[in-house]
Design a protein around this ligand. Sequence first.
Ligand code: GLU
Length: 271
Amino acid sequence: MKKKFWLFPLLACILMLTGCGKSLSDQSVLNNAKQANTIVWGVKGDVKLFGLIDVKDGQQKGFDVDMAKHITKHILGPQGKAEFVTTTSQSRIPLLKNGNVDAVIATMSITPERKKIISFSKSYFDAGQSLLVPKDSSIKSTKDLNGKTVIGVVGANSVDNIKKVAPRAKVIELQDYAQAMNALKSHQGDALTTDNGILFGLAVQNPGYEVRGGTFTVEPYGVAVNKGQTSFTEAVDKAVLEMQHNGEYNRLIKKWFGDVPGFKYKELYRR
Ligand code: GLU
């Protein structure tokens, strides 16, 4: 029988044209999002002010969630849809790498370690790490943490940061911020540490607690995307820049942080 060698190049062409055989990381997230008219975002579900599930309607709400909605409209047009998947600090990178979400916008700091495995947009928010303590606590800053127990969250860089800043403190890690706050309230630790914005959100929900000691790290938040998705990253950067120029960005800052006692929200304004 005559072998049909010409079939192989033809098959290869069909595979290339249909995109079959491409690995997840080779596919254009931007093109797929345009085709589906949807961007799937990983957001927090238990972080007031940034991404919190409202028990009344089951929707995630917060600054990050609103940023995602606005960025989506800038990229896909007014009919573009933003879909949300709830993530924790620990699950956000696996969700992204497995293709369960197109992007993560979830109080996520741009760090050199993370940049080895994923990419980031330019920073869209400036946070810094701080401490949350009961109002009657003697802890005023990280200097008072010797021999104390500090609570952090798995997957947050805050845990490594506090170990460096207060090496003689004991650090325990909980799964998410709801559990971390419960641990603080049940006296399993003396302080909770993470970014100031998250802690101010917890202080609003728990009036017996306050944010202390200023910030002792710089935490620039970025939108996380998979490596190689350059056109998508550029589209996100362009969208954020447009939001900063047309005032949408500052309106969201005021909406979410304008009424938070003690939070200097005007320092976050960008033009
Ligand atoms: N921004 C820090 C981080 O990316 C802490 C906040 C969080 O756990 O999401 O790890």
